[in-house]
Write a protein that binds this ligand. Sequence first.
Ligand SMILES: Nc1nc2c(c(=O)[nH]1)N[C@H]1C(S)=C(S)[C@@H](COP(=O)(O)O)O[C@H]1N2
Ligand SMILES: [Mo]
Length: 312
Amino acid sequence: MAHIFIPKRWRRIPEREATPEQVYWNRRKFLAAAGATAAFELLPWPLKGAAEPLAQRNQKYKLERPVTAEESVTSYNNFIEFSDQKDAVGQLASGFKTDPWTITVFGLVGKPQTLDVKQLIRKMPMEERLYRHRCVEGWAMAVPWTGFPLAELIKSVQPKASARFVRFRSFYRPDEAPGQRKLTSYPWPFNDSLTLAEATNELAFLVTGMYGHELAIQNGAPMRLVAPWKYGFKSVKSIVGIEFLESLPTKNLTYWHDVVSHEHDFSANVDPEEVHPRWSQKTEKVLGTWQVRPTQLYNGYGEFVAHLYAKR
Ligand SMILES: Nc1nc2c(c(=O)[nH]1)N[C@H]1C(S)=C(S)[C@@H](COP(=O)(O)O)O[C@H]1N2
Ligand SMILES: [Mo]
């Protein structure tokens, strides 16, 4: 049997205090189920360094299609801070430092703060969800993301009554991100926003892992938003700022809206009937297999979000 190494710090303090509740219970479950076969797995994430905490899959969010091969999800990326060539992003992002990483929460909140991502992960209730993802360009995928509900973070910073929008901001590090040096006409940094009602919807997920391990840099490490009922560009990667606002700003509101405002409205909900000037949204192609499927209104998440919109 593997030797179990327990760091001194963990021996001195009671287990309940030493680990966040979630990790504690997951560890108990793991111990009961597997015995102490993989001692490494028993340590909470920050001590392991690489792997995610033992997040349970939330069975509420179901797919009607197979999970996309991870290899496809990490080799075909929109992340223009690095490149506007999807197959070049992975390589160009590979040396990008995502640790240490802090996220500043500011604007109309009772508790503005700067959070260390690793500490945040230990505090939040981590879970795995299988979500569909649909890019406005017409490709789609299905991914097991690990993360926690955005609503949990929002609750903890106590938005003021006047807060109505939440804006997410990505990094600006042109020395390390070649796209930010080359694509100079774009409105850096990458921003996108949700209404507070959308942001506190149960589907809005802050993601720190995929396929049972840490998030790949090209997919938005160390933490990204995933709003699966909206076109992918709303799901800001590598977030450094979360701002609570009373009204919509006219600039840096939403990245693709700023760039091509006639093509994208603010809400950017997946909609097969959307009239896109350059292509139809009626169908989508599945990454990897390139199978063609009908696009679903709200990307199939109407039961969770349709009430937010008067339209249909
Ligand atoms: N910071 C940042 N976030 C971003 C983007 C980007 O270029 N920069 N692209 C968006 C777009 S258009 C899509 S479709 C998704 C792609 O996510 P994926 O590479 O994990 O599939 O990320 C979104 N988030
Ligand atoms: Mo996209």
